[in-house]
Design a protein around this ligand. Structure first.
Ligand code: HEM
Ligand code: HEM
Length: 184
């Protein structure tokens, strides 16, 4: 069970720190950092790495229910932290241009973050142990059944969006490296 909002605060502070760094670059160069140049490229790669961690690590942890791996609640908090900070960095990477496939990848990124926020809300409605297992709680039987139904419906939307996002992101990365980096 998620018992605090700590990960949202950490993400908020990380966001402020990243915004200050971005602002400093804009201030000193008097330009919006280009997506293919040092700062814009770097922040894109870092942000995408965090997004990949978001996609992969929690799913792995969920499938190895065992001692010694740390609480599920902590892993979900880490999932949410990287799932907010990574997309924010990628957003600053775009240089605020959203043409073609890269624009579609950005849109899918925004959709998955909003979907995640909705999922977090439904997830925390269901009483759980710190290891994510459902337990008896304050919800009435009918409300619990409804929350479970929403949660599984939500999974069937959130997971394919993630897959579409990563397939199109890899196509964007391949294309961007080929056209904007190798052919330069
Ligand atoms: C989900 C992750 C990512 C998103 C949403 C994204 C989005 C974008 C967007 C919107 C642009 C601007 C396109 C335009 O000019 O209209 C762009 C440019 C670019 N991206 Fe990404 N990007 C992501 C990850 C990456 C990664 C990991 C790399 C490098 C390995 C990368 C390399 C580039 C390059 C080199 C450009 C500049 C292309 C040019 O100058 O024409 N991107 N990206
Ligand atoms: C880059 C962004 C994100 C990606 C790629 C992503 C991907 C995923 C994936 C693949 C799962 C399924 C895990 C599994 O059942 O194996 C998942 C679950 C989940 N995600 Fe995300 N997510 C992202 C961002 C977020 C954000 C921002 C939040 C909350 C604010 C969030 C909240 C959740 C919740 C609550 C679950 C369900 C946990 C469970 O049922 O065990 N996600 N996410």
């Amino acid at each position: 069970m998620l018992r605090s909002n700590a990960e949202l605060w950490w993400a908020f502070f990380a966001g402020i720190f990243i915004t200050i760094a971005y602002g400093a670059v804009v201030f000193y160069t008097r330009e919006i950092p280009a997506a293919g140049e040092l700062f814009g490229h770097g922040i894109g790669i870092l942000g995408f790495t965090l997004m990949l961690m978001t996609e992969i690590l929690y799913s792995i942890r969920k499938r190895v229910r065992g001692a010694g791996w740390g609480r599920m609640a902590i892993w979900l908090q880490f999932h949410i932290f990287t799932g907010l900070v990574g997309p924010y960095m990628v957003l600053l990477h775009t240089s605020w241009k959203f043409n073609g496939l890269a624009g579609v990848v950005t849109l899918l990124t925004i959709i998955i973050v909003f979907s995640g926020i909705i999922g977090r809300y439904i997830y925390t409605r269901i009483p759980r142990t710190l290891d994510g297992l459902e337990i008896e709680g304050t919800l009435s039987e009918a409300a619990l059944r409804q929350a479970r139904r929403f949660m599984s419906l939500w999974h069937t939307v959130h997971i394919p969006i993630g897959m579409a996002l990563f397939i199109s992101a890899f196509a964007h990365i391949g294309g961007a490296i080929y056209y904007a980096t190798l052919l330069k």
